[in-house]
Design a protein around this ligand. Structure first.
Ligand SMILES: Cc1ncc(COP(=O)(O)O)c(C=O)c1O
Length: 363
């Protein structure tokens, strides 16, 4: 039996009876933009995350771009971030005319190596954007202290970690601004694109709303260059239903990771949870010198797997001119050895055993 990376069909079958009538009701109500479900979802998401303001937008990419614009990022500025992430974390910095400064990662957590961050701060640095990669919270307290010391903004990229906890707060609620994505593969996902921006700061919240709405405070009056970035009513309906299940789904991801850990112990390097926060396993990512052999064996057995990320950002063609000289050895080595396995709240124990069996025979 084939095993997908993420079993969206099984998830849909589970939620269908709740989702379909709710979507049909929203279709009939005809308030497709700025409707009641968008407002309700923003309130529910803010309550869930424990923040004053949750501003919905069209994608996680837009959430980051709008957050960076809201803190006033502009040409000549620098933003410190990780090279081991999806491109949007850094492309949005470039979209503001600023430069991403990549700091190497911790070989065990795959998150920013905090010991190297301060040395990367220059007079041009405006913000630090940690990414809670694969669902594991970055140890944010030292970063917050650094930001306070150097007068920088802390913007969390929580696209992969919605529902994770750190120091009693939800992912995205600890920094000045938190950004998340509802892309279909995410822990809280919808049936298309969507994003959310979290903040406790009233002034930033007002600015974020203006930027997401064509730079307009008063209808047809445009104060700054903004964006058309909206979550639509249908996606909001789906997100409201799925938000209620998020904690259960994340708990199942954690249980699956524990089971994988037990089965794979000794065969490959299993993910390291540093215990600083609650890891919600957006991905379950192993390391092995025999990564390519394992990947081939899994593929031949009909088991999906993926390399996140094969090319670190500082080695991407789009950054060749600006970052071609940069060497980040831990990130580069991780990109050659990492492999993400199927993980989905719907995964059955027998399937996990099947995946582990193939890996052990190839490792
Ligand atoms: C770490 C990270 N940041 C940003 C994004 C961008 O989100 P979106 O695809 O919703 O634009 C993603 C996901 O795709 C991501 O994984």
């Amino acid at each position: 039996m084939n095993i997908p990376m993420l079993d969206l069909k099984a998830e849909y079958a589970l939620l269908k009876d709740e989702i379909e009538p709710a979507v049909c009701a929203a279709l009939a109500a005809c308030q497709y933009i700025g409707g009641p479900n968008v407002k309700a979802f923003e309130a529910e998401a803010a309550a869930y995350a424990g923040v004053k303001h949750a501003i919905s937008c069209a994608s996680g990419t837009d959430a980051l771009l709008i957050a960076l614009r809201a803190i006033g990022l502009q040409a000549g500025d620098e933003v410190i971030t990780t090279p081991f992430t999806f491109v949007a974390t850094a492309s949005t910095v470039v979209m503001c005319g600023a430069t991403p400064v990549f700091v190497d990662i911790d070989p065990r957590t795959f998150n920013l190596d905090l010991a190297q961050v301060e040395a990367a701060i220059t007079p041009k640095t405006q913000a630090i954007v940690p990414v809670h990669i694969f669902g594991q919270p970055v140890d944010l307290a030292p970063l917050k202290a650094l930001c306070a010391k150097h007068n920088l903004k802390l913007i969390e990229d929580s696209a992969q970690s919605f529902g994770a906890d750190y120091d009693g707060r939800k992912s995205g609620a600890y920094g000045d601004i938190g950004c998340t994505s509802f892309y279909p593969s995410k822990n809280l996902s919808t049936f298309g694109d969507g994003g959310l921006i979290l903040t406790d700061n009233d002034k930033l919240a007002a600015e974020l709303r203006v930027l997401a709405s064509h730079g307009s405070r008063i209808r047809y009056h445009h104060h700054v260059l903004g964006y058309n970035s909206r979550l639509d009513e249908i996606q909001a309906v789906i997100l409201r239903i799925k938000l209620k299940r998020l904690d259960d789904f994340n708990a199942r991801r954690i249980a699956i990771a524990d089971f994988y850990n037990r089965l794979l112990d000794g065969a490959v390097e299993t993910p390291y949870a540093d215990g600083k926060g609650r890891h919600v396993y957006h991905q379950y990512t192993i390391l092995s010198d025999r990564r390519d052999v394992i990947q081939k064996a899994l593929t031949e057995a009909g088991i999906a797997c993926a390399v996140y990320y094969p090319v670190p950002l500082h080695q991407q063609e789009m950054f060749a001119a600006t970052h071609g000289h940069v060497r980040l050895p831990v990130t580069e080595r991780t990109a050659q050895r990492c492999l993400s396995l199927p993980i989905s709240p719907m995964l059955q124990d027998a399937q996990i055993e099947q995946v582990a069996k193939v890996i052990k025979s190839a490792a």
